[in-house]
Design a protein around this ligand. Structure first.
Ligand SMILES: *[C@@H]1O[C@H](CO)[C@@H](O)[C@H](O)[C@H]1NC(C)=O
Ligand SMILES: *[C@@H]1O[C@H](CO)[C@@H](O)[C@H](O)[C@H]1NC(C)=O
Length: 591
């Protein structure tokens, strides 16, 4: 108990030393309402409860989930005591002999300590002798990160005098990573009147946690606008802080093709915005590696057959025929949904050779991935129908009426052929993700797409029955609810901005076939500058829905959400403001 008493004395001293200044505020936890209450003087009737000089420190142990985001799912118990800690006084021990401290765990030790330093603004000037030892027990040395990775963990904190022991149990290192993330959220900084900054940690805790959904993603579009590697990494930092585990990298689109393929260098040569707006193989590997250390796998997407113009223009002059049709064609509204137009030519065999090269290269980069995204959205029939070559092909096949159905068959022929190419070239039976489209409507999907091979990413409004229809047919889904998780909405056309509450309250269909979901940051109106603001903290609201799927709504989560937003800011992510600061300091008054 000694350590706790010390902490409280320190904090009370701070209060006392503040005299002479303007009014100072204190916070106490209202245990019944689970919120920190602000007052100007010693609160009446608060005997036995602790007094804090900041809402952040009060929040650590106030309410069942304290400051944790997302909230743990199996069991959470936090004591109200705090203990002073310092980043220099954390030590790590690996308990299970069969598993070594591998690069993954070494990197995560560093990230954890860095996150603690960031919590005190980089300058943890208040020292303490308290020693914190983190004992990690993992039984499975496998470091493969995929859909089947067991992410569960248990975390216990026990404090005796000035010795704190933290015990982490997990199946594997990725679960241990989540435990360290949780531990870092049990720490907060406070400052003294002399502007010295220290850290306090929850002195006793027992948490048992695992995610509800295995796929908790964020889509990043680096084709409409180029996004630098450092901006991509920053989003991964935000994801790791929120326990999201899939970066869906929409690598290419009709506007640009920034991937510098080694086997098909023409793609970026023709398709990149400029020679410095490209991703080399090493760049993509770097992102995959950066993500992996943070428990985030990268799902690569090459959109096809639509959304493909830039990068595909060189076929004719190199003797390979037209790889894409109606490229840059005007007036664009007649040939595509968004300029510049362009759609792959499904009757040119060389298209499959090029795609096969790209698939092979990308799957080598994401060596462990058991998923690949082939796009497949918004095929625009008038584009294919404007090509004499394609029309002649269909007519020669006896499809002289050129019906919509004939074009759907052509599209499915494309999809079958790319799947075969993928299998031949990569030798991996990865699940293929496709956007919902005319090929995935419930009445035709079983004809075109085998459900054991394809995962459908639906992008319809919450009211649409498509997800439940597809689930009834036995398909596995990733859900990107258009009117909740499309982060680009509200910045173009007549779309509406969906605030974090809408994102949080977005319930997914209750079905085993739902793998999870993704918040989508389409890139037409955003690049490095505004990326953080548009994604964060809203994506974190989706993150708690996907990790915890709580029965309660955003109102109940609000105070923890405000705290998590502060955490993201401390970690260098320029998360948008979601309320006046007054609401952060006056918990529960703005719900
Ligand atoms: C995940 O790991 C935990 C801890 O080792 C174990 O109890 C649990 O059964 C595992 N879950 C699955 C689905 O294997
Ligand atoms: C394709 O174009 C022809 C005219 O060239 C038209 O008769 C046909 O209806 C079109 N098909 C579709 C599906 O739009």
């Amino acid at each position: 108990m000694k350590a706790f008493v010390v902490v409280l004395t320190v904090i009370c001293n701070v209060v006392a030393e503040f005299k002479g200044d303007t009014v100072h505020w204190i916070w106490t936890c209202n245990l019944n309402e689970e919120r920190c209450e602000k007052s100007a003087a010693s609160p009446v009737g608060a005997e036995g409860s602790s007094v804090y000089t900041s809402p952040t420190v009060c929040r650590l142990t106030c309410g069942k989930y304290g400051a944790l985001w997302p909230q743990p799912t199996i069991a959470t118990a936090l004591t109200h005591q705090l203990v002073e800690v310092h980043p220099d006084n954390f030590f790590f021990e690996l308990e299970y002999q069969q598993v070594d401290f591998n690069d993954f765990l070494e990197a995560n030790k560093k990230i954890f300590i860095q996150n603690l330093r960031k919590e005190c603004g980089g300058d943890c000037s208040l020292q303490t002798n308290t020693k914190v030892t983190i004992y990690i027990t993992i039984t499975n040395p496998d470091l493969t990160l995929n859909l089947y990775t067991n992410e569960s963990y248990t975390l216990e904190i026990l404090t005796r005098a000035d010795f704190v022991s933290v015990k982490i149990y997990a199946d594997n290192a990725f679960g241990a990573r989540h435990a360290l993330e949780t531990l870092s959220q049990l720490v907060a900084s406070y400052s003294t009147p002399e502007r010295r900054v220290g850290l306090v940690m929850v002195a006793g805790a027992r948490i048992h946690d695992k995610p509800v959904y295995v796929h908790r993603g964020l889509l990043l579009d680096s084709a409409r606008n180029f996004v630098s590697l450092s901006s991509i990494k920053r989003q991964i930092d935000g994801m790791a802080a929120s326990k999201m585990n899939v970066l869906h990298w929409h690598l290419t689109d009709t506007q640009s093709f920034p991937f510098e393929s080694r086997s098909v260098p023409q793609m970026a040569r023709y398709g990149a915005y400029s020679s410095d707006m490209t991703y080399s193989v090493e760049d993509v590997e770097e992102v995959v590696g950066y993500g992996k250390v943070r428990g985030v796998r990268v799902l690569l997407e090459v959109d096809a057959p639509a959304h493909a113009g830039s990068g595909w223009q060189w076929g004719v002059q190199e003797g390979l025929g037209k790889l894409a049709v109606c490229v840059d064609k005007q007036p664009w509204r007649k040939f595509c949904i968004q300029p510049p137009c362009g759609q792959l030519n499904p009757i040119n065999p060389n298209v499959y050779v090029v795609l096969g090269n790209l698939y092979s290269e990308l799957m080598q980069i994401s060596k462990e991935s058991d998923m690949f995204h082939m796009g497949g959205d918004e095929v625009f029939i008038p584009c294919w129908n404007s090509s004499l070559e394609i029309r002649d092909y269909l007519i020669a096949q006896g499809k002289s009426q050129l019906l919509t159905e004939d074009f759907l068959d052509l599209w499915s022929h494309f999809q079958k052929t790319v799947l075969k190419t993928f299998d031949e070239r990569t030798g991996r039976d990865a699940s293929i993700v496709l956007w919902s489209s005319k090929l995935t409507t419930p009445d035709v999907i079983t004809k075109y797409l085998p459900k054991d091979r394809y995962i459908i990413q639906t992008w319809v409004p919450a009211s649409d029955t498509l997800p439940s229809d597809l689930l009834n047919l036995g398909y596995r889904l990733i859900i990107s609810t258009k009117d909740a998780w499309y982060l680009d909405h509200g910045f173009w056309g007549n779309t509406r901005y969906h605030d974090w509450r809408t994102a949080y309250d977005n319930l997914l269909p209750n079905d085993r076939g739902v793998l999870g979901g993704e918040a989508c940051m389409w890139g037409e109106y955003v690049d490095g500058g505004g990326l953080d603001l548009k994604i964060w903290p809203r994506a974190a609201a989706a993150a708690e829905r996907l990790w915890s799927n709580p029965t309660s709504n955003a109102g109940k989560a609000e105070i923890r959400f405000y705290r998590h937003r502060e955490r993201l800011i401390a970690r260098g992510i320029k998360a948008d403001a979601v309320s006046p600061r007054w609401c952060y300091q006056n918990e529960g008054e703005c719900v």
